[in-house]
Design a protein. Structure first.
Length: 442
C-alpha cells in the first residue's frame, strides 16, 4: 500500500467544537498522527457533548431541544449511556483517524508531560478562545523553546490580535460578523425565522486551517524552520462572499438578501414537488436554458408572454414566474423533476434530508459512506473522504477515539514512560485511565 501523504507527521491537538475538529480530521485523513490532548477534569463543551452526563430528557428521540448540532443533544441510539462523551454524534462525525490521550495541562506535572509530547511532534494545533493558551502559559514562544521546529496554529474566532481579540465567538457570531447572516436570510422574514444552526464558517475555517498547516509543513521541509500561524476564523470566511464585498468597495452598493433567488439568474429557487415535503432546486442561467425549461414544461402559453421574454423581465416578475413553475413541479417528485430538466441541460436537483442522502444513488455508487465499528457506538455508516486520490487510497482507518483510549500508546511508546512513572501520574490524577474516567469524570 502506498504511503499516505502525511504519514510520519505528528500533530498534538486541542481542537474544540467543529472548526478545529474538522481541520484535524482532514489532516488525519491524509495520514497525520493526530493526538487529541483531552482531560478528565475539564469538559470540552460541545466537543464531546454539551454537558458531561446529560439527563435523558435532554436526549430526545425526535424534535429539537437543548444544544447539539442543529439544536439536538444527539447521542447514538438516543441514549447517553455510561460514557456519553464517547457517544456524542458530532464528535463521531469529526473524530475519525485520531488518537486520544488525557493529560491535565492545568497542573505543572501535566504541563511537563504535555511539553514532552510537543518536543517529539511536528505541529501543535488549537482552536480555543484567544486567551486559553495564554492562561495556560502554553503560547508559541513557550512551546518554541521546547521544540524550535514546531508549527503552531491558533485559530480563535477573531484572530490573535486586535481590539476584539478576546471576544467570545461561536459560529453564529462569525456568520453575522462576516455578513453571511445578512445575505442568506429571506428578505420578507426576520433573522430568527430563517437562519440555520449549521454554520458555514466552521467548515470553511477548518479547511483553511488544514491548508495552512500543509503550507507550513512544506515550508519547514525546505527551510527546516517552524512558525506560528495566526488564523482568524472570521477572516477565512469573508472571502466566500468576496463578490458582495467587492461590489461595495467598487460600486458603493450594499447587496440585499435574496433568499433562494439569484442576482442574475431567473428563474432560480426552491420549488415544492409531489409528495410529503418534497422540494427541488432549479437554476436557469441563460436564454438557451430558459427555452429548455419551456420545452420541459410543454411550452405553455405563459412562456411566450412579454414579461418573461428576457432574463431581466423574468427577474422583475419572479413571483408570478415561480407560481407557474411550481404548478408544474407539484405534479412530479423531486428526482423526476431533476431527470426531466437535466435532459435539457438545466441545473436541477432534489432537496434531500439526511435519510435520503444515505439513499442517494450517486453517493452510493461512489462508495462515499464508509462502515465504521466503534466499541461504544456500534457499527454505522459515516460520511467518508472528501476526495479520491488516484495514487493513494485514503479511508477511515480508525474509528473516533474513546476518551483517553490511546493513553498507553502515547505515554509508553511515544514518550517512553515507565510503568512506575505512569502509575504515579495516574495516582496523582495528572493522567487518567479508563476506569478512573468512568468513576470520576468531570
Amino acid at each position: 500500500m502506498a504511503k499516505l501523504p502525511l504519514e510520519g507527521v505528528r500533530i498534538v491537538a486541542l481542537p474544540v467544537v467543529f472548526a478545529g475538529p474538522f481541520a484535524t480530521m482532514l489532516l488525519a485523513d491524509l495520514g497525520a498522527e493526530v493526538i487529541l490532548v483531552e482531560s478528565v477534569h475539564h469538559f470540552p463543551t460541545i466537543t464531546r457533548g454539551y454537558m458531561p452526563r446529560p439527563p435523558q430528557f435532554l436526549v430526545p428521540t425526535t424534535g429539537a431541544t437543548f444544544g447539539g448540532s442543529g439544536g439536538i443533544q444527539t447521542y447514538v441510539n438516543h441514549w447517553a449511556g455510561d460514557r456519553p462523551w464517547d457517544r456524542f454524534v458530532m464528535f463521531h462525525a469529526l473524530g475519525r483517524n485520531k488518537l486520544s490521550c488525557c493529560i491535565d495541562i492545568t497542573r505543572p506535572e501535566g504541563v511537563e508531560v504535555f511539553k514532552r509530547l510537543v518536543k517529539v511532534s511536528d505541529v501543535f494545533f488549537e482552536s480555543n478562545a484567544a486567551d486559553t493558551m495564554e492562561k495556560l502559559n502554553l503560547t508559541y514562544d513557550v512551546l518554541k523553546g521546547v521544540n524550535p521546529a514546531i508549527i503552531y496554529l491558533s485559530m480563535p474566532g477573531l484572530g490573535c490580535t486586535g481590539p476584539h481579540k478576546y471576544c467570545a465567538i461561536f459560529g453564529a457570531q462569525l456568520q453575522a460578523l462576516a455578513s453571511h447572516t445578512w445575505l442568506t436570510r429571506y428578505p420578507d422574514l426576520d433573522y430568527t425565522t430563517t437562519q440555520s444552526l449549521i454554520f458555514h464558517s466552521d467548515a470553511a475555517s477548518g479547511a483553511t486551517a488544514a491548508f495552512a498547516i500543509l503550507c507550513a509543513l512544506r515550508h519547514r521541509k525546505r527551510t527546516g524552520k517552524g512558525q506560528f500561524i495566526d488564523l482568524s476564523q472570521l477572516e477565512s470566511v469573508i472571502p466566500h462572499i468576496g463578490e458582495a464585498i467587492m461590489d461595495y468597495t467598487m460600486n458603493g452598493r450594499v447587496q440585499q438578501p435574496l433568499g433562494n433567488r439569484h442576482p442574475f439568474m431567473a428563474p432560480h429557487g426552491v420549488y415544492r414537488c409531489l409528495g410529503d415535503d418534497g422540494w427541488v432546486v432549479i437554476s436557469v442561467s441563460s436564454e438557451e436554458e430558459w427555452q429548455g425549461l419551456c420545452r420541459a414544461l410543454g411550452n405553455p402559453s405563459w412562456c411566450k408572454e412579454e414579461r418573461f421574454s428576457t432574463s431581466l423581465n423574468r427577474r422583475e416578475n419572479q413571483d408570478e414566474l415561480d407560481k407557474y413553475i411550481e404548478e408544474w413541479t407539484c405534479r412530479h417528485d423531486n428526482y423526476e423533476v431533476m431527470y426531466i430538466l437535466q435532459k435539457e441541460g438545466i441545473a436541477a436537483g432534489p432537496v434531500l434530508d439526511q435519510r435520503n442522502v444515505f439513499r442517494d444513488a450517486q453517493l452510493a455508487s461512489r462508495g462515499f459512506f464508509e462502515k465504521v465499528s466503534h466499541r461504544e457506538a456500534g457499527t454505522h455508516l459515516y460520511p467518508g473522504m472528501l476526495w479520491k486520490m488516484g495514487k493513494t487510497s485514503i479511508s477511515i482507518r480508525k474509528p473516533p477515539p474513546c476518551l483517553g483510549e490511546h493513553n498507553d500508546y502515547v505515554f509508553k511508546e511515544v514518550l517512553g514512560m515507565s510503568d512506575d512513572e505512569i502509575a504515579g501520574l495516574e495516582k496523582d490524577k495528572v493522567i487518567g485511565g479508563d476506569e478512573y474516567m468512568v468513576e470520576s469524570i468531570f
